[in-house]
Design a binder for this molecule. Sequence first.
Ligand code: GUN
Length: 287
Amino acid sequence: MTAIRIDGKAVAASLRARVADAVADLARDGVVPGLAVVLVGDDPASRVYVGSKKKMTVAAGMRSIDHMLPAETGEAELLALIDRLNRDDDVDGILVQLPLPPQIDASRVILAIDPAKDVDGFHPVNAGRLATGQPALVPCTPVGCVMLAKTVLPSLAGLDAVVVGRSNIVGKPVAQLLLAESATVTVAHSRTRDLPAVCRSADLLVAAVGRPEMIRGDWIKPGAVVIDVGINRIEGEGGTSRLVGDVAYDEAAAHAAAITPVPGGVGPMTIACLLANTVKAARARRG
Ligand code: GUN
């Protein structure tokens, strides 16, 4: 079997186009959504993410409000900025880029963000709303994963879904979303016994562990759909490097019915879903 390659770039582009249409509608009512992005320090990967977020926010017709803070910024200073952004009516969404420098407690920062502006969906109020089936701002990467799965699976109801990874950012929320789609969900992690066998039970496998090519071809059930969240840079010969996922793509593609590539799979969906969350927050804040 040679798997369908799920084109995250194309799905993300079409979602961004729908977001731009929604923004144009809001503009007719005099509303231009604003997304505040806060970056502390100068981590090169974070700079690249933040740069893309800014570019795509503006391309969708929204305002990008950037706060680039030095690496030595204190927690109190960051909390004071979040307080100002919470109270600023022109700000619909607040995103604090993670990871934060060691002197800042990320969970305190997340807790300080107004849940109505929490476009990352990381605030415990939004996590709780998601878990209890109430309207919520839902984390972007998990939403992107489910959207990509649904391009090849009309319904997830009754499927055996395995999520590898239990982070608050991806593993747990993606499990909640799959449960809401009526899949039978198993969350596997570093302490799972016989991970290959658990993976082999999956009709839908979501890999979010951050370990390059850990999931091998013979862990994939024939005909399964594989969503690879990992983005791992590995060094090659002569100073070159390349990006790989958590799944050994070529091996897995020989068994799967469909699989997301890295890059060009889940990655592009994250920003597109962030833009969609910003529009959702802007609408909800205005009733
Ligand atoms: N760092 C890497 N991915 C993300 C994300 O989706 N949101 C935030 N805030 N930081 C990140």
